[in-house]
Design a protein around this ligand. Sequence first.
Ligand SMILES: [Zn+2]
Ligand SMILES: [Zn+2]
Ligand SMILES: [Zn+2]
Length: 247
Amino acid sequence: MVDDLTPKNCAVCGKMVVGHCRVDKWGQLFHNECEFMPCLNCGRATSLNDTHLPYNRHVCSHCIDKVVRKDAHIQWVYDRVQEIFGHNFLSLPGRIPVEIVSPDQMLKLHNSRDTSRIPSGLTRSGGAGFFGAKMHHKVYMLDYQHKVVFGGVLAHELLHVWQNEHHTVLPPNYCEGFCNLGTYLFYGYLDNELSRVHMEQMMNNPDPIYGDGFREVKQIFETEGGKNLENTIKILQERSKRRRSIF
Ligand SMILES: [Zn+2]
Ligand SMILES: [Zn+2]
Ligand SMILES: [Zn+2]
């Protein structure tokens, strides 16, 4: 009530907003004619003074200081992710190396040139098979990710590592849905403003694999799976075998 009459400044250019304007999902107002450059981590409209990167990537002033850059940051996030997996009965095959890469490096790793869709992470596994040789894994993470978002992506990738290590073969909706369950558990464990925004997005994601697939896996995890990740994957394997034999 009180706020309605107070003059507001545009989140993009900083000048006063009068009359019609737009609003981002955090309630920030900005002029119709000012360019909406959402923060890649939280979706806030960034101002002209914020961090603007190639390929239309932007980071707002709330997120820039929380970006994961150093090994110590990676370590901190990794420990949290591992803790959550422990609480949910899943253990990783040792400490997996994690490297932060630029968008160009990430696209190259994915064999892609689509600069409008730069993946946030990638897992590479290989090397097993001969004379009991151990498999080795590496996770690549995109730069400029806020520690909350970074942890969500890392949890997803580390569940790919787990599936690769155990030679798990699942259809994409279960494979990616299971990885996204890791992301969701990480966000739920943190339970802060930013992680809640991302949880809501996941629950509303219309994608058949990353959205529907995830919600189906979550449902199984919470019921038959007994909130146990390794049990859940066994159930997913059973179900996909049954489906393969039906069709
Ligand atoms: Zn403006
Ligand atoms: Zn932000
Ligand atoms: Zn994935």
